[in-house]
Design a binder for this molecule. Structure first.
Ligand SMILES: Cc1cc2nc3c(=O)[nH]c(=O)nc-3n(C[C@H](O)[C@H](O)[C@H](O)COP(=O)(O)O)c2cc1C
Length: 167
């Protein structure tokens, strides 16, 4: 139980310390390593380190305040211009988001997933602020950085929710 799948937790408090570029790049690579329907890989990642921009982003959801204090925020977005692939966009971007969170834990950093899509008011605020085209939908925002809080295991396994061969 000591791999990052079990240890990863939402970390919402960050130290005022930059994240090394090589760590950040591995985190972004992990996101793009995710499975996607038809292997379509239609994700786009907006990395926000600028303080003013993070502050603005932190106000675009009532639950995103920590973005102002994190050294890095990643907006995970999807290109929904292909109607057929669009139907899988939430699954694809969830896989991408989770991969990013797992690599953040692997790098001994802390991170937190913030939901934006399908709240279209929040989605539109990001699109307008960053001049993002309509078909590129911001899906989630991830705050990340060094933290004094630790990724640590909590047991959530519930055998009552597992069904073998019949429900
Ligand atoms: C779709 C989704 C949206 C979330 N949105 C937020 C959010 O806006 N703000 C926040 O602080 N945490 C958010 N979280 C994190 C959850 O609160 C967290 O994963 C949950 O409480 C379990 O805790 P853990 O991540 O430490 O295991 C979100 C998680 C998911 C999967």
């Amino acid at each position: 139980m000591d791999n990052v799948i079990f240890k990863r937790r939402s970390i919402r408090r960050f130290l005022d310390k930059p994240v090394e570029q090589e760590k950040l790049e591995r985190i972004l690579r992990a996101g793009m390593q995710a499975p996607s329907a038809h292997n379509n890989q239609r994700w786009e990642l907006l990395v926000v380190t600028d303080k003013d921009k993070r502050e603005a982003l932190s106000k675009m959801s009532p639950w995103a305040g920590m973005v102002a204090k994190a050294p890095v925020a990643i907006v995970v977005m999807g290109d929904t211009s292909n109607e057929e692939l669009k139907q899988w966009f939430q699954q694809d971007l969830s896989a991408c988001t989770e991969n990013i969170l797992l690599q953040i834990a692997e790098e001994n950093l802390g991170g937190c997933w913030m939901g934006f899509y399908p709240n279209m008011e929040r989605v539109k605020m990001i699109q307008d602020y960053f001049n993002i085209p309509e078909q590129i939908l911001p899906f989630s925002v991830i705050a990340l950085g060094y933290s004094e809080d630790e990724n640590k295991y909590v047991d959530r396994y519930d055998p009552n929710r597992v069904h073998y061969n019949k429900y």
